[in-house]
Design a protein around this ligand. Structure first.
Ligand code: CP
Ligand code: NVA
Length: 316
């Protein structure tokens, strides 16, 4: 019999807002039942294995998926690109077909979005995007969860991004359309978001405002977001540093935002580059809540991929 298509979590752009809301609600319900250090009473993923394929380094994504899967009762398998036959030229499609015979879901971090998508297209089990050069959907699920825990619904709010336009920004732009908030983006002209992302935003009703002026972007907003100046796979480090210096988030820039504005950063941070110590360690910063919420939001993603329902936790 033909198999039903697995539920992949590859990109916020291909999901609808209601589905993303259900995933966040699942994550929040699971989080509400969690007491660190005590065994979870619900182990719905017992007997399931998640393969974690890392072609690039990671701290948060690796640990949060590993711990999250275990807390839901499942097992994990850590695989790195260079140790796999992938590194010697086995195709992504064949790798997807083979892994599907052993494991119940795959999480992958790989630079090429197309490679991640090819894995999903050829896998018979759910595939989760753990970062590509183009997108970082799990991060922004955690970030929306974090914003809403501190400030209530993100719908109708305005978030400002200042710095490089990268994978994290693209997923924030996707989220602006799906969760109905405004996003102001300040980048140097040379590092502006790609035309296809801007076109996607307008085709999908995202309220995206582009500028080269970080002060204009952050003025009066409810959250200020930035990220590193040199992402994995980027070159021209010196040129990027020169272009991006004026986009640093310091206390003067933060002071232009709403008085209760959040400072957000996916981490790892490069202190003294995109953000000063005073801001990242200051009263507006929620960066470690974002890191924690990777665990909770991704449990929502895992639960959704495996077709589990929120009632499972609420009933306990
Ligand atoms: N934010 C994030 O994805 O961190 P890692 O690179 O440590 O996984
Ligand atoms: N933009 C960064 C995010 C790291 C989590 C990178 O791609 O390296």
């Amino acid at each position: 019999p033909p198999r039903t298509k697995p539920r992949h979590f590859t990109d916020l752009a291909v999901m609808d807002g209601a589905e993303l809301r259900r995933i966040l609600a699942l994550g929040a319900a699971i989080k509400a039942k969690r007491r660190k250090g005590t065994p979870s009473v619900v182990k719905p993923l017992a007997g399931k294995t998640l393969a974690m394929v890392f072609d690039k380094p990671s701290t948060r994504t690796r640990v949060s998926f590993d711990v999250g899967m275990r807390e839901l009762g499942g097992e994990t398998l850590m695989l790195t690109g260079t140790e796999m036959q992938l590194g010697r030229g086995e195709t992504i499609a064949d790798t997807a077909r083979v892994l599907s015979r052993y494991v119940d879901a795959i999480m992958i971090r790989i630079l090429e979005q197309e490679a991640m998508q090819e894995l999903a297209d050829n896998a018979e089990v759910p595939v989760i995007n753990g970062l590509t050069k183009d997108t970082h959907p799990c991060q922004i699920m955690a970030d929306v969860m974090t914003f809403e825990e501190h400030r209530g619904s993100i719908a109708g709010a305005t978030v400002a991004w200042t710095g490089d336009s990268n994978n994290v920004l693209t997923s924030w732009i996707h989220a602006a359309a799906r969760f109905d908030f405004t996003i102001n983006v300040a980048t140097p002209a040379e590092l502006a978001p790609p035309a296809e992302i801007v076109a996607w935003a307008s085709a999908n009703g995202a309220r995206l405002n582009l500028t080269t002026d970080p002060r204009a972007a952050v003025s009066g907003v409810q959250a200020v977001v930035t990220d590193c100046w040199v992402s994995m796979g980027d070159e021209d480090e010196g040129r990027r540093h020169n272009l991006l210096k004026p986009y640093q988030v310091d206390t003067d820039l933060m002071a232009l935002a709403d008085k209760d504005a959040l400072f957000m950063h996916c981490l790892p941070a490069h202190r003294g580059e995109e953000v000063t110590d005073a801001v990242i360690d200051g009263p507006h910063s929620v960066v470690f809540d974002e890191a924690e919420n990777r665990l909770h939001a991704q449990k929502g993603v895992l639960a959704w991929c495996f077709g589990l329902e929120a009632g499972l936790w609420e009933a306990v």
